[in-house]
Design a protein around this ligand. Sequence first.
Ligand code: OOG
Ligand code: MG
Length: 263
Amino acid sequence: MPLNHQEILKLAGILDQAMLEAKERERLTVACPDLNLTDAYKIQDEGITYRINRGEKVIGLKMGLTSQAKREQMGLDTPIYGVLTDRMKIPDGGKFRMQGSIHPKIEPEIAFKMVRDLKGKVSLEEALAACSGVCPAMEILDSRFLNFKYFSLPDVVADNSSSSMFVLGSAFQEIGNLDLPNLEMVMEVNGVPVQTAMSSAISGNPAQSLVQLCEILDSRGLFLKAGSIVMAGAATQAVQLKVGDQIRLTVKGLGAVSISTAE
Ligand code: OOG
Ligand code: MG
């Protein structure tokens, strides 16, 4: 049974509160085993509306579960998206304060900047033509659900696909002749490489994530807007963060991005 608007608002409010109080809670499908993906995206939308009402601005979208490594880590098998706001952005080289988070993890990604709207079923070439640039990026995830696991796809989608914060390389680079599927990605924690992958781990080609994103958006009557930032999804599993970590992602041919953590 689909949920009514009141029920959607209530569940969005519960997750919003969990985020604000940094308190993990039971996944939604314990009380609502029939929660479907359509309603889960509506819960996500309402959660974002709460944030917009607190003054946040939507600046882009993130794809999730676009690599085999991530799908295996989470035990889920379908790409999903979440929404990025201006308050989630940490500057390159900046500090991530752990206070206010539940069980944050970090993962290596690649981000795109859209220069044109992208709508409906698009080809890889059309997706690339709608981008003005690409840069290395890392996403900090923080599920609002107990132990960051055992959730189903509707749970994670309702929870804005576990979004917390993100960091982009200091500049977007033109795609030009970059061999997008063949960039070596190395994420180091305190100088030690902890995750390594080729960029092809992300959807076969990170730009393919844009194609998939447009497809999901289209199924909801939405499209990818010019000016948006899009994170293509993690190339590897996510890594737990601890206070005092220095994390750096290097993407050969594209540059590096880093953050450190503090209490
Ligand atoms: C879901 C979000 C996945 C990615 O890059 O694959 C994601 C999760 O892992 O909790 O952001
Ligand atoms: Mg991610």
